[in-house]
Design a protein around this ligand. Structure first.
Ligand SMILES: *[C@@H]1O[C@H](CO)[C@@H](O)[C@H](O)[C@H]1NC(C)=O
Ligand SMILES: *[C@@H]1O[C@H](CO)[C@@H](O)[C@H](O)[C@H]1NC(C)=O
Ligand SMILES: *[C@@H]1O[C@H](CO)[C@@H](O)[C@H](O)[C@H]1NC(C)=O
Ligand SMILES: *[C@@H]1O[C@H](CO)[C@@H](O)[C@H](O)[C@H]1NC(C)=O
Ligand SMILES: *[C@@H]1O[C@H](CO)[C@@H](O)[C@H](O)[C@H]1NC(C)=O
Length: 558
């Protein structure tokens, strides 16, 4: 605590410091409570107040009690409380009390996330009195900012959704993102020469969430090649109660939509006219073959940036230097990044909850030990305009491991957790500070077995997991639509943000995560894969690895 650092200060200045501090405290939330509620004998109504106040009072108590004129009515009362709560000195009881405080702060944050006004009313405090949570985003505010950034009138330079320097991303990422955005947001949606491609997301039951996204990246390529604005329509995974109003059944429930409201509206009008179809002003998925969608031409207007991508993927101890479908790898990365460029308030909330349940306690410990939480929260200009766009805190460095074992019978070569952990250890040899793993898996067995790796600290979301070997589709059905979409999506976003990633490139899902990372400033963290897809070429003798679509959608030629 702060008292520790003041030993060298003379008594006089110490007194001044303490009085100033106490005076300030007197005006702020904890000491008002201390004065009005606690000290003056009014019954203490809640543990929360007591615990959060305790730091304030303790800090005062830790100084000399008699040496300053009390800002609160009586110093002896402070001592009384001190005695009542048996806080003789900090060292003795540090852990126990800290734990209470941490738990209470975590529960206050819980209730902020739940938007539980009653909780705060009962305690008679305002939400704004609760210390800021460094690991949570103010989703409402952030979404407003993102929506502003996603409109043409704003003055910022596109694309603000790319992190890192050019060398930390796939070649041309920034300019490609900007151009896709402009392509998808024409100035005048009423322009008669505009053409559209309107398509639903794949809805066949066997389609994984990753395959659906991969399908849309193919349609985006077609749209750009044919100079059409891509308008995505029904998204079955968003057809649940979590997605309200017009967001129901739409990608825009999770991410800002791929095109502007005006163009979307216009596309739906145009769609109703038969001539528009005949003239080719609008096309739909039925106008393209499966092959065109799944393995059509990558837009050529940017040349061949994939030809000079530096190899950063390691499989079985060697860097992979070539891939027959490097162009597709590059394009899917660009397209998935564009589609997921900005989270909606809903998605932001989901990730908040995940972050809070995984890191809430650590965040509370940090906040309480930093001590500054008592200060009246006042937004300064630098916070408003400089720090506001910072990402929420997560403990770093973090390694994300995606272990996919579902659909054992027909899945690509599945790697056991041990293989992933061997790669994790390999990264740690180079980066010894790394000891945390964000584990995403649908298999209960994997979570259970992670307990054998005591030298790592694992985080994962709480969700019912797959036991035994029912199919992925059955498992998803058992979770329900909302859960079976939200849970993998949150893991996807966490994996994109992690410092390192270990996965199976042979799975579409990891392929897309890899794409997000390679357009999100993470190229240089490298990628260790437990397997490869069948287009990889390297010195390694190839093992038959199947792309998961082959099973999910047997008609597709990937
Ligand atoms: C201190 O106590 C006196 C009477 O006991 C009261 O009038 C005064 O308002 C109190 N001061 C504070 C800061 O609560
Ligand atoms: C854009 O910037 C110009 C000058 O820098 C300013 O006058 C204008 O109001 C800004 N527009 C918006 C929408 O912020
Ligand atoms: C697209 O398909 C519709 C029928 O579904 C057809 O009328 C139209 O001519 C096709 N457009 C093109 C450009 O092939
Ligand atoms: C990995 O490399 C080792 C030699 O470095 C080789 O013996 C082994 O067969 C390789 N495994 C695979 C799956 O290619
Ligand atoms: C998994 O499937 C295999 C064959 O497909 C079967 O022999 C085995 O009993 C199944 N295991 C469980 C736990 O259902």
């Amino acid at each position: 605590m702060e008292a520790r650092g003041t030993s060298g200060i003379s008594m006089k200045s110490l007194e001044r410091v303490v009085s100033d501090k106490a005076l300030k405290l007197g005006n702020s939330f904890p000491c008002q409570i201390c004065v009005v509620g606690f000290l003056c004998g009014i019954c203490l109504t809640s543990l929360f107040l007591a615990a959060l106040t305790s730091i304030g009072t303790f800090e005062l108590a830790a100084f000399s009690f008699s040496s300053f004129s009390p800002p609160c009515n009586s110093t002896s009362q402070i001592i009384n409380i001190d005695r009542k709560l048996k806080w003789k000195n900090k060292a003795e009881t540090e852990e126990e009390n800290d734990d209470d405080q941490v738990n209470l702060l975590v529960s206050a944050w819980d209730n902020i996330l739940l938007n539980n006004e009653d909780y705060f009313k009962k305690l008679g405090i305002s939400k704004s009195d609760v210390p800021n949570a460094p690991h949570l985003e103010n989703c409402e505010e952030r979404t407003r900012a993102r929506e502003r950034l996603d409109t043409r009138i704003s003055n910022h330079t596109f694309p603000s959704w790319i992190n890192g320097g050019d060398e930390d991303n796939y070649p041309l990422t920034r300019s490609v993102q900007r151009e896709i955005w402009y392509h998808q947001h024409p100035l005048d949606c009423e322009d008669k020469s505009l053409k559209f491609l309107v398509a639903d997301w794949e809805t066949l039951p066997g389609f994984g969430i990753g395959a659906q996204i991969a399908g849309m990246t193919g349609l985006l390529a077609i749209a750009i090649n044919e100079n059409r604005v891509l308008v995505s329509n029904y998204y079955n995974r968003a057809d649940h109660d979590g997605c309200k109003g017009s967001a129901r059944g739409s990608w825009s429930c999770y991410f800002l939509p791929e095109t502007s409201k005006e163009c979307r509206k216009r596309a739906f009008e145009v769609m109703k006219k038969r001539e528009a179809w005949e003239r080719g002003t609008v096309t739909g998925k039925q106008n393209y073959s499966t092959k065109e969608i799944w393995s059509g031409h990558i837009p050529k207007r940017w040349g061949k940036p994939w030809s000079y991508m530096r190899p950063t993927t390691e499989i079985n101890g060697s860097l992979l230097t070539s891939h027959r479908k490097m162009d597709r790898r590059w394009w899917r990365a660009q397209a998935v990044r564009y589609l997921m460029r900005f989270q909606t308030e809903y998605t932001c909330g989901l990730v908040n909850v995940a972050r809070h349940s995984a890191f809430g306690k650590e965040a509370a410990e940090i906040v309480l030990s930093a001590g500054g939480w008592r200060k009246k929260k006042k937004r300064s200009e630098i916070e408003e305009s400089v720090w506001s766009s910072h990402k929420p805190w997560i403990p770093r460095p973090m390694l994300s491991v995606h272990v996919r074992m579902g659909d054992k019978a027909c899945e690509m070569r599945v790697a056991a957790l041990e293989e992933y952990m061997r790669l994790a250890d390999r990264i740690r040899e180079r980066f010894p500070e790394l000891n945390r793993i964000w584990l995403s898996t649908e298999m209960k067995e994997v979570v259970d077995r992670s307990k054998e790796y005591g030298q790592w600290r694992f985080y994962y979301t709480e969700v019912a997991r797959q036991v035994g070997n029912n199919s992925m589709a059955e498992y998803e059905a058992s979770l329900g639509r909302e859960m079976s979409t939200n849970y993998p999506l949150v893991n996807f976003l966490m994996a994109s943000e992690a410092d390192f990633f270990v996965g199976a490139l042979g799975s579409t899902w990891c392929f897309l995560i890899d794409g997000m990372r390679n357009t999100g400033g993470k190229v240089m963290s490298g990628f260790l894969s437990v397997n490869k897809d069948r287009f990889w070429r390297s010195g390694v003798k190839s093992v038959p690895v199947w792309n998961q679509f082959r099973f999910e959608f047997s008609g597709a030629q990937i």
